[in-house]
Structure formats: structure tokens, C-alpha cells
Write a protein that binds this ligand. Sequence first.
Ligand code: FAD
Length: 345
Amino acid sequence: MGMNSLIVVGAGYAGALAAHRAASRGLEVTLVNEGDALVDRIRLHEVIAGTRAPERARRSLASMPVRLIVGRADHVGDGVVRLSSGETVAADHLLLATGSTGGVGSWSWAQTHRRAVEALGAGASVRVLGAGLTGIETVTELAGSRSDLRLGLVDPRGVGADLSDPARDYLDAVLDRLRVEFCTALADRPADHIIDCTGFTTDTLARDSGLSVDDRGRILVGDDLRVPGHDRLWACGDAAAVEGQPFLRWACASAGPMGAHAADNIVRASHGRPTEPVNIGFVAKALSLGRRDGLLDWAGRDDTPKGHVWSGRKAAYAKELVCRFAVAAPLRWPRSYRWMKGPHD
Ligand SMILES: Cc1cc2nc3c(=O)[nH]c(=O)nc-3n(C[C@H](O)[C@H](O)[C@H](O)COP(=O)(O)OP(=O)(O)OC[C@H]3O[C@@H](n4cnc5c(N)ncnc54)[C@H](O)[C@@H]3O)c2cc1C
């Protein structure tokens, strides 16, 4: 490989966009991913509920102008990746975009629950643990496709703890209408099947490679997404904790912009130009509530709820557009991709 080469580990929304954007700006890119497809994770609750066929939640990476290596990276150093096959790959720069597929929200998590739900007969009970965004989307999607099941949602913090009051009021009414029973503890409420939506976990690669991580296993990076003390090592997406920007939550809404910004900074660095601090803002939290209902909880750029919501079909349509954009960006529009700037802009 020449002087302008890059290895990206992880082909989620962040890694796929970074790899494609960097390649379109002249870098020679190798993409290492556990599978040969981008898993459209924000559709996995649809897969569990049977409203989306599993193959429609996997997007082929074959058309990307990169060298794709399907395999697991089990150790990284400056510019070098060792695969579990024993092979090593080297490049001038290395970008870690290993995401948060350590358990909840992974492809195998969705397949396990899809098969279990499919096997349940009428009248069986399903409890969804965790009433954050993933749990709410999962239980409402199930209510739409399997009205024969008895559904429950469990969370000691209440429903949608990070949402605004009007958003929570709307959700209470929706859960009531869909006959989803909410409770704060699982005890004394046996269920035929339990779906854990209590939070994502990071891959162990960074920790196993001796990199500094936060208490959630995210790689600590400076505001230009470079790992401090390692000139050629970068991280983005759910795998990265950015210095001074705690509002960047685990979301494809931040993973995409971080991937694009990482690619731009690596291109700058490879041309000897100064890097720039990442600058990302939010607009809303967008939820699907089954196929015909949705909720947009509008937020400031720092993700603080404004207390204003969109709901119903209009919000369902807006959420559908968000989902389509999330996969179109890395696969079709990597070069022209733009994003909302942050609260300090
Ligand atoms: C049901 C559900 C609904 C969601 N809805 C929304 C939503 O509406 N809006 C929103 O903003 N976010 C949503 N999210 C969260 C969003 O999906 C994640 O935040 C996002 O996927 C993170 O993107 P990423 O590119 O950082 O990592 P990921 O998408 O996690 O991708 C990481 C990739 O790296 C690969 N990988 C990991 N370790 C290795 C290794 N050692 N070697 C090789 N490859 C490796 C993985 O296999 C994976 O392909 C949702 C998640 C779920 C599960």
C-alpha cells in the first residue's frame, strides 16, 4: 500500500460511510468487518416483529470501492490490524468503528428473538426489558404485527425517561391503546419470552488492544477523533467517546457524521494539513411506533428536548425517511453527505 492508505475496522453506519468517503477522496481503503454486509441496525426491531424480512436488513458492501476483508479483528496497533485468522493487515492510518454490537441490538440478538417470537402461539406473553427508544420501538412493532400476544414493557425508570413530557404523555396513550402492560420490575410477572433492550455494549477489541476506554468500553478520542498519543489511530461512531462532547449519544444520528468527519480528518492528515474538531448537533429523537404511528421529540442541537412533538402518521413517515437516509448515506452519497452542526457552532 502507498502512503495514503487506511484500514477501517467495522462496517456499520460510521465505518461504511468513513471507508466510502475516504476512498472517494483518493485514499486506498481496506474495510474489515465481521460480515459481508452493513447491518441496518435501526430496522432490527422490525425483523424481530416479522414486519421486515431479515435479508432486507442487510445491505451488501460489494459495490464499495474498497478492499473488503470479512473477518474479525482481534488486535490493533498503530496502523496494524491482526485478524482472528492470524493474518495481519497494515496501512498508514487505522480507524476503529466497531460500534456497539456486543449484545443487545446485534444481528444475532435480532435473529434469536425473531425465531423465538415466531414460535410463540396465540396468548403467549412477551416482556420487553428496557423502555428506552429500542424497547419502545420493539414492543410497539410487536403490538402491530402480533396482536395475539400479551405484551409487557418493564423499566424501573419509567417509559422514555430521556424524552420530553409531551412525548411521554403520547407514549402512555399509545401503550394503553395497544394494551401493552407497563411495570417497573419483572419480579412476579412470568413471561413466555423476554426481549432484553436494556442497552448496547461495545466490542472488546479496543480494551484487548490496551487502548484507553471509558466505563462503557468506548475508546477515548480527542475532538478531532484521533486517539491521543497515537498519530495514525482514529475512532468514530458508537465505539468512540469524544473529549468534551458528552451529548454525542450512541445513535446512527451521531455515528454517520462522526464517520464522515473521521474520513475528512484522515484525508487532511494524509496531505499534511491540520485536522478539525468534530462538530455535530441533533434535531430530534425519532421513533417508529409500529408501521403507521411514530413520534418525533424535537430537540436542541445538544439533544435537550424542546417539549414539542410530532406524532401519528406524519411522524411515522419522517422516521421512515430517517431510516432510508441512514443507509443511503454510506452506500450511495458518501461524498456529498452533510450534517447538522453542534451547539457551539
Ligand atoms: C432496534 C434498534 C433501533 C435503533 N434505532 C435508532 C434510531 O432510530 N436512531 C438512531 O440514531 N440510532 C438508532 N439505533 C442505534 C444505532 O443502530 C447505533 O447507534 C448505530 O448502529 C451505531 O453505528 P456504528 O457504525 O457506530 O456501529 P454499528 O452499527 O454497531 O456497526 C459496527 C460494525 O463493526 C463490526 N465489528 C465490531 N467489532 C468488530 C471486530 N473486532 N472486527 C471486525 N468487525 C467488527 C460489527 O460487526 C458491525 O458491523 C437503533 C439500534 C437498534 C438495535
